[in-house]
Design a protein around this ligand. Sequence first.
Ligand code: DON
Length: 307
Amino acid sequence: MTNSDYQAILDAIHRDLKPYIGQGRVADYIPELATVRPDHFGMAIVTVDGQVYRTGDADVRFSIQSISKLFACTLAFQLLGDALWQRVGREPSGTAFNSLVQLEFEAGKPRNPFINAGALVVTDVLCRRFVQAETALVDFMRRLSGEPGIGYDLRVAQSELAHAERNRAMAHFIASFGNLEMPADAVIDAYCRQCAISMSCVELARSALFLANGGVSPASGEHVLDASSAKRLSALMLTCGTYDAAGDFVYRVGLPAKSGVGGGIVAVLPGEYAVCVWSPGLDATGNSLAGVQSLEMLTTISGRSIF
Ligand code: DON
């Protein structure tokens, strides 16, 4: 694709998507998330050669929520390598992101790092290694995006902490199987703060670009992962990154991706670009309705996906 093609495609997507923007349901189980206007739409593509294309609210910061699971997992994978998989699996769950049922059958080993149970184990790894896991993740996001102003939204974090009964239950349940090393409440605290990091589409696309670039962050020059590990993490995004809708998502879009209930979705085309879209209205599976639609349009119009 030429560079002007990407801008033209984003403009066309924004124009043609208008009927979908504002549709779906804004996540309201965290009261502070329910205050976000549903009619936002932003999208940004950052290419491995440093070009940035944007449309709509691409520079407006939003709550990254479970997109943080991708970056937290990257840090834990850096720290533990393949030993991470002794504590977290690599299979799609086929259940909701906050489901408890599988954990009992599978003796406290979560199916994958992108559902809440798996992310809690990943956060435990970070809490063990860093004095403040959420600060380590914020610093990582600042380096990857090149934006020192990134932080977490204390109001969103407190709102989630006040409504974290299910995540607390999950953390204590995992601990009962011996799969947490740190106190469950400390892990929950760090997890909620990670979810409350605020970033824009441009910042998130830039941060995910190392996955499209053989593990090296073009913004910071940091060797985040070796090329093989970057491939493996992208493979996990493909199979597990969009909750129990991963099969439908990959059928429609054909890119590895990670979504969050704030309405953001990050996806990568290896060797080419990282893209982030944000629209807060969610479909029944918890993915951004206009977001999935826009990514489907991107790969369809451009004729480029991983397949
Ligand atoms: O754990 C929660 O409920 C949220 N903070 C994150 C939820 C989310 O984005 C969906 N996760 N896979």
